[in-house]
Design a protein around this ligand. Structure first.
Ligand SMILES: [Zn+2]
Length: 176
């Protein structure tokens, strides 16, 4: 979000040079810069020991496509804690491990998405009310269910990272 008025005092902002950041909205009343702001989400590909991936059906997002676990960060928590919290809230499992999988900009929603790959032992999922259904899918079949590949599609990018890890791990195994 770009600011035109001061969110604290309501004054009209002027553009003022802010060092290397260039012209930036500035409140002369509060003596404060107002840099563009955006929300931050975490998005987690949850996988198990059989290389299956948890996919979610959420009708408020799409009737056709499935998604990964995702949610908005809360001020005061770090992205890792947000990821563990969202996984626990949405599908009722505690992650055994969590690995960073890049950040992604979602233009449509002015949103920064922080990606992770989280591991659990295969288990029954306990769904939150905001999830219509969730199920384990073999990793090769994930592209059949999620939104198609697109520069804005963080889920697809994280899936590709995960798929590459599996392929590489298999190539490194000795042939006997
Ligand atoms: Zn102000």
């Amino acid at each position: 979000m770009h600011y035109y008025y001061c969110p604290e005092c309501g004054n009209k902002l002027i553009n003022k040079q802010a060092g290397d950041d260039g012209l930036t909205p500035f409140c002369e009343n509060c003596n404060k810069y107002w840099f563009d702001s955006f929300s931050t989400c975490v998005i987690i590909l949850v996988t198990n020991e059989f290389n299956e991936v948890v996919l979610l059906k959420q009708s408020y997002l799409s009737d056709k496509y499935c998604t990964l676990v995702a949610g908005y960060m809360i001020p005061g928590e770090n992205a890792e804690n947000a990821a563990r919290r969202e996984v626990k809230e949405e599908i009722g499992v505690e992650l055994e491990s969590l690995n960073y999988a890049g950040t992604y900009w979602f233009e449509q929603k002015n949103l920064l998405m922080v990606g992770f790959i989280g591991k659990v032992q295969k288990c029954e999922l306990k769904l939150s009310k905001e999830v219509d259904s969730a199920f384990w899918v073999k990793w090769q079949l994930v592209p059949d269910y999620i939104f198609p590949e697109h520069p804005d599609n963080a889920a697809y990018a994280i899936y590709k990272k995960y798929a590459n890890q599996i392929v590489q791990a298999r190539e490194m195994q000795p042939i006997c």
